[in-house]
Design a binder for this molecule. Structure first.
Ligand SMILES: *Cc1c(COP(=O)(O)O)cnc(C)c1O
Length: 804
């Protein structure tokens, strides 16, 4: 029955006013973090402690006896609260759920030969940490758990194994079967159930025949708001796992001999006697007893709480899902499963997008929430696996974000066009319909855009007109001067201020001089073929000759890199840059052997937008800046044009021009296939072999569309005079023609040097003694709040509009 219809919400509203004065005028939606203690509970606790004298339980005095009796009583009542048979389970008081987990690991750690540890990907960070103590550990998803149940042991040996999972994800409310672990066929496999989130608003029925866990941890403050106390429940058949636990403390031993002979006798009657080291938090335990009582008298049974929160969750989830901007786009991207279709807890996590698809940062959301007295949690919420799955973040991306400076609790939470955290709204026993509706109103008021701004206001490219060309190919050169990686069709490729994503992220440095190596001098570099494998999270480099390959992680793992900054200063195109060298001898030998020269692999610091942190792939010149763009017609080429990206020429000139070279926007190299065709016709006229497009090492190749009158055709070499191009929704400014050297004669397939196409280029494309082919361009950064602004990308096949 709907809890609204039976008047339960109204009853809770009254309780809310009387019992939770601190929630007046505010919306509290962080029950998954901690729920709120009632006035009844705190008053009863104060009255109990100010009228009864309780002493330290470890003695025979009357106050001590009173404490002992209370502790025993509360222990039993809590067992009953979780419907756990006291013949089958023991309950151990711990500081919090995490302390319960640590206690279990305390036992396992001492087992001879160690233990295996599997944890489900939705686990709280507190459970993930257990892997550091295990001999072998794995993170498993639903499918792998099912495989395990079907008889496929994820571990190779059958050592004692602990499987940990959460009964309900604290990230998105998703629930997981209570029976997990029961059907594993592997011997000596034990299950640790984290019920901290589920237990907050649901009845835990440990007597249920499907209930399989050997260990259960819970936080009482999440159920009652107070006391700050946790419990660990241990199935008696698993108690022996603590037999080798080494530590003992006050209260857990019957006798200890110190001095010359060292001996102790542990308490043996109950497990909890052996595990509760030191003085019990007896005041807290007494409070827990009172909490059981007041919670029941305020809210009735846990089943009632569960029904009520489920009703509110459905309302919240549906309300968020329905919100639309004026242009019909959804406002919220929800990560919690629909409570209509799946069993979920009262947790709804989501992110907000603008009417143009840009992510709203958590920092911005949080600031507005705070001023509106809305208490809600944002961020990674201690759920590394859950966050990665919900936000589709690969491990290498998380590490790369970490290396780029992202930390738990930071403001900058949109990285490379993806959010790195969530907004989590969670409900509890004293939540009311008004909380949900007020929260929805807040989002409607601050984040729903009813009047959609017109396109010009959001600075989508103003370059319009007939498309002229298509993007034929996109290539990046992950290692400067080595082979290219061809972007697959259909893949959106990110455009960064410093160029295309992953372009020249790495380079090879000469071991002696520290200079970055160039293909101009070492043509064999083209035989080193890098592949960006996003699935595996690695850059794989294969040597075309030997077919041997090596990999380096895409995440910038600092442990792989040489730390000594002094050694890593290098010079590229005469400019001093800072790079981080890899230490691996094996890796560096691979490159040295392939090229026949001693060299090391280096990487540019992640997120480095600062001066000199990346290669300046070409230099913007004064005359090429937007307002002074000259028409670069053949024959009227200006003297100073950017050097080709892989050239190490022009060193002296750069020194002089430093003032205007301080641009970290390293451009992108573009060529027009009509120009390649025209060049090849000229080469063919005196019987030479045609040049391959790859010889020009372009990032973007544009081509015309044949036989369509709606397209505005652009002849060969017209790119010399273009000012801007628009690819898809992104605009680029042309910076000038690309100056060419003998590097274009390196056959990119074989690494051999030829005569063409430089011979013909020098006859047809030489101006003022310099040879040009192709054009440099840079991305025009936009402002506004659309997806294209937040995460600019280009793709093969996108139409190109040309200005000029
Ligand atoms: C809160 C929570 C924890 C951590 O509980 P502590 O009491 O802080 O140790 C662990 N797991 C889940 C699912 C939680 O919700």
């Amino acid at each position: 029955m709907d809890s609204e219809t039976c008047g339960y919400n109204e009853a809770i509203e009254n309780i809310r006013d009387a019992q939770y004065p601190m929630l007046k005028d505010s919306i509290y939606l962080d029950h998954a973090g901690a729920t709120v203690p009632s006035k009844a509970l705190m008053d009863a606790f104060a009255s109990e402690l100010t009228s009864v004298l309780y002493g330290n339980p470890h003695s025979g005095s009357l106050p001590s006896q009173l404490s002992t009796d209370q502790v025993d009583d509360v222990r039993l009542r809590l067992l009953e609260f979780f419907n756990a048979d006291s013949d089958e389970y023991d309950l151990v008081f711990v500081a919090n759920a995490t302390a319960g987990v640590k206690l279990v690991l305390d036992g396992l750690r001492s087992i001879q030969g160690g233990f295996n540890y599997a944890y489900h990907q939705a686990c709280h960070t507190s459970l993930v940490g257990g892997r550091e103590e295990a001999r072998h550990s794995i993170c498993v998803n639903d499918e792998q758990v099912q495989n395990w149940i079907d008889g496929r042991n994820p571990f190779e040996d059958d050592s004692t194994t602990l499987f940990s999972y959460t009964a309900q994800s604290h990230l998105d409310g998703r629930r997981y079967p209570m029976s997990w672990g029961r059907d594993f066929k592997t011997a000596r496999t034990y299950t640790l159930l984290d019920a901290a989130s589920l237990g907050a608003t649901s009845r835990i029925d440990m007597f249920h025949p499907d209930f399989a866990a050997d260990f259960v941890v819970l936080s009482l403050y999440k159920i009652f708001g107070f006391p700050d106390l946790g419990v660990l429940l241990v199935r008696k058949s698993a108690e022996h796992l603590f037999d080798q636990r080494k530590y003992f403390g006050g209260g857990t031993v019957d006798m200890v001999v110190v001095g010359r002979e060292q001996w102790h006798a542990r308490k043996t009657a109950f497990l909890h006697e052996r595990l509760e080291d030191g003085t019990l938090p007896f005041h807290n335990i007494i409070a827990a007893g009172i909490a059981l009582q007041t919670h029941a008298s305020l809210f009735g049974s846990m089943d009632q709480v569960s029904r009520h929160t489920a009703y509110l969750t459905r309302r919240l989830h549906a309300g968020l899902e329905k919100l639309r901007h004026g242009n019909g786009r959804p406002v919220c991207t929800l990560y919690s499963p629909s409570p209509e279709s799946q069993s979920t807890g009262p947790v709804v996590s989501f992110n907000i997008r603008s009417s143009l698809g840009a992510w709203v940062t958590l920092g911005e959301f949080e600031k507005l929430a705070i001023v509106n007295k809305i208490h809600v949690r944002t961020g990674g919420v201690c759920s590394p696996g859950g966050i990665a799955a919900a936000l589709d973040l690969q491990p290498w991306e998380m590490k790369k974000n970490f290396s780029a400076g992202f930390r738990c609790g930071m403001d900058n939470d949109i990285m490379n066009g993806k959010p790195v955290g969530v907004i989590r709204a969670s409900l509890g026993a004293m939540s009311v319909k008004a909380d949900v509706d007020g929260f929805l109103d807040f989002i409607r008021e601050f984040f729903v855009e009813v009047d959609i701004p017109q396109l010009p206001n959001v600075s989508v490219s103003d370059l319009t007109g007939k498309p002229s060309l298509l993007v034929k190919a996109i290539t990046v050169y992950p290692i400067k001067s080595c082979g290219g990686f061809t972007v697959p069709p259909g893949m959106d490729w990110a455009v960064r201020p410093e160029g295309l994503a992953w372009d020249r992220e790495w380079c090879l440095l000469h071991k002696g001089s520290g200079q970055a190596l160039s293909q101009k001098r070492y043509p064999r570099m083209t035989l080193l073929r890098p592949t960006l494998d996003f699935e595996a999270g690695v850059l794989r480099i294969t040597c075309k000759d030997s077919l041997q390959s090596v990999t380096v992680p895409l995440s910038a793992d600092p442990t792989l890199l040489e730390k000594d900054i002094r050694q890593t200063k290098t010079r590229v195109c005469g400019e001093e840059i800072t790079a981080q060298m890899y230490k691996s001898v094996e890796l560096n030998n691979f490159f040295s052997d392939a090229l026949g020269i001693p060299c090391v692999l280096a990487r540019f610091p992640p997120g480095g937008r600062g001066l000199g942190s990346r290669l300046n792939k070409a230099k913007m010149q004064k005359h090429q800046q937007a307002d002074t763009v000259q028409r670069l017609l053949p024959g009227s080429f200006p003297d100073d044009v950017p050097s080709p990206p892989d050239s190490d020429s022009e060193q002296t000139k750069l020194k002089v021009e430093t003032k205007i070279l301080l641009s970290n926007e390293s451009p992108i190299l573009m060529i027009h296939s009509a120009s390649v065709d025209a060049l090849n016709e000229a080469i063919a006229q005196h019987g030479g072999p045609p040049a391959m497009t790859s010889a020009f090492r372009a990032n973007i190749v544009l081509e015309g569309v044949q036989g369509n009158e709606d397209w505005d055709k652009r002849p060969a070499y017209s790119e010399d005079s273009w000012r801007k191009v628009r690819i898809g929704n992104q605009t680029f400014s042309l910076l000038g023609a690309c100056r060419r050297c003998q590097m274009v004669c390196v056959d990119q397939e074989t690494g051999e040097r030829r005569q063409e196409p430089l011979a013909t280029l020098s006859k047809t494309r030489r101006f003022n003694g310099k040879i040009y082919f192709g054009a440099h361009m840079k991305h025009d950064e936009m402002s506004g709040s659309s997806e294209d602004v937040q995460h600019p990308t280009i793709r093969i096949g996108e139409p190109v509009v040309v200005d000029g």
